[in-house]
Design a protein around this ligand. Structure first.
Ligand SMILES: Cc1cc2nc3c(=O)[nH]c(=O)nc-3n(C[C@H](O)[C@H](O)[C@H](O)COP(=O)(O)OP(=O)(O)OC[C@H]3O[C@@H](n4cnc5c(N)ncnc54)[C@H](O)[C@@H]3O)c2cc1C
Length: 380
């Protein structure tokens, strides 16, 4: 067994950490306050090749691996969770679905700009009456001549409101009742966004409802097997689970860093609060749980790179890391006392941001369901 990162993976970690600290960290508070996206930083992420780490160079990527991609997601999320999640949705989910299931033409047209960071993609599965029960979706796709006509509503769609969002990958039911996935350009006739949601955190991620009203897309935009669209979606969401775990670890690490620093500077009863055992024990528990979650997402990503089954490991990483992040952020806030509750204190932002990680890309309950099924005989 070898726990060492490769030279390339170490390089990604060190370079992205430096970049995120200098470029992303200083903008995070303003971003959350105004909800404005830092497009220039996104361009820089593209120039550094961060959006295409796991894809081959011929498709605009850098020919790296999923371990490297997830280290990058952790390092960005340490300074801003919205930017970290953009990598999850655009690269791990949308980019991967195009790469794994797209035709050569689709890859040339849609994957390359995404892998280079020139455009970003959204993933639209959730509907008003179909959340955890994704198979119950009601959107429809009817083939008419050379076009598909899509109708339906997708809710809570991350990043689709950003100026450089070019496409959504949308799941819809065919006339035969099977679910297929489609590449739907944002400028397709009949595609529109309703009002931007107001969220308790992650304000810059421009989340909207998508309305498909006789939306016309060429039949060439069908992605992959028309009868296995949901299976394709769920397969890439397995990687999404690893990515959300990496986001959670980054967020928790950011909160821990702040708490450790504060505990060394803040004095009460004539000594640093770090010297109180109650505070030190809290920090020890935080450090241990972050490291365990990190090891779990790295293991899941490594298994993926080996082409091995990682369903259990990905669900376990997502479940453990997202629940860990909420607890660590709460403890980090507690260590800051009253100051932790002030919006100017970064941990107040981290605390609010942590909750969402237990909901997106499969709730904690759904992860337990997936794990439970495997315990019941499907695996292990
Ligand atoms: C900010 C934000 C961004 C999002 N971005 C996207 C996006 O980009 N694309 C996208 O497609 N979706 C997105 N979502 C949707 C997200 O994936 C769903 O909210 C999530 O899957 C849960 O679905 P739901 O909200 O309909 O809850 P429901 O499925 O209605 O669940 C409600 C509660 O019941 C529990 N529950 C449901 N079924 C079971 C069961 N069988 N056993 C036990 N408990 C169960 C759930 O865990 C939850 O606690 C986003 C959501 C938010 C809040």
């Amino acid at each position: 067994m070898n726990f060492d990162l490769t030279k390339e993976q170490q390089m990604i970690r060190d370079e992205v950490r430096k970049f995120a600290k200098k470029e992303i960290g200083p903008q995070s508070e303003e971003m959350e306050e105004t909800g404005d996206y830092p497009y220039e930083s996104l361009d820089k992420m593209g120039e550094l090749g961060l959006m295409g780490i796991p894809f081959p160079e011929e498709y605009g990527g850098t020919g790296g691996d999923w371990v490297g991609m997830h280290i990058c997601i952790e390092e960005i999320s340490r300074f801003d969770v919205t930017m970290g999640t953009l990598l999850d949705v655009t690269t791990s989910v949308v980019g991967q679905e195009l790469y794994e299931f797209g035709t050569e033409e689709q890859k040339q047209k849609w994957l390359i700009p995404i892998a280079k960071g020139e455009k970003i993609g959204a993933f639209a599965l959730t509907e008003p009456d179909s959340g955890s029960d994704a198979g119950a979706l009601a959107s429809t796709a009817v083939l008419k001549g050379d076009n598909y006509i899509l109708n339906g509503t997708k809710q809570f769609i991350t990043n689709i409101g950003l100026d450089n969002a070019s496409i959504s990958i949308i799941a819809a039911k065919l006339e035969n009742g099977k679910i297929a996935t489609f590449i739907v350009p944002k400028d397709a006739p009949g595609f529109s966004l309703s009002k931007r949601y107001k969220k308790m955190a992650w304000t810059a991620s421009a989340t909207h409802e998508i309305v498909l009203s006789d939306c016309i897309i060429p039949r060439d935009n069908l992605l992959g097997d028309p009868e296995r669209g949901l299976a394709q979606h769920l397969a890439v969401l397995e990687t999404g689970r690893i990515s959300i775990a990496a986001v959670a670890v980054g967020l928790a690490q950011g909160a821990f860093d702040e708490a450790l620093k504060y505990s060394m500077g803040r004095k009460q009863f004539g000594k640093k609060i770090f010297d109180f055992q109650a505070i030190q024990f809290k920090l020890s528990d935080m450090a241990v749980s972050i490291e365990l979650a990190r090891n779990q997402y790295l293991k899941a990503a490594w298994l993926k790179d080996q082409g091995r089954d990682h369903r259990f490991e990905a669900a376990a990483a997502k479940l453990y890391a997202s629940e860990m992040a909420e607890k660590v952020c709460s403890d980090a806030l507690q260590i800051h006392g009253g100051y932790g509750y002030m919006t100017e204190c970064p941990v107040s932002r981290y605390y609010k941001g942590a909750k969402l990680l237990q909901i997106v890309e499969g709730t904690s309950e759904v992860q337990r369901l997936v794990i439970g099924r495997m315990l019941g005989g499907k695996k292990r």
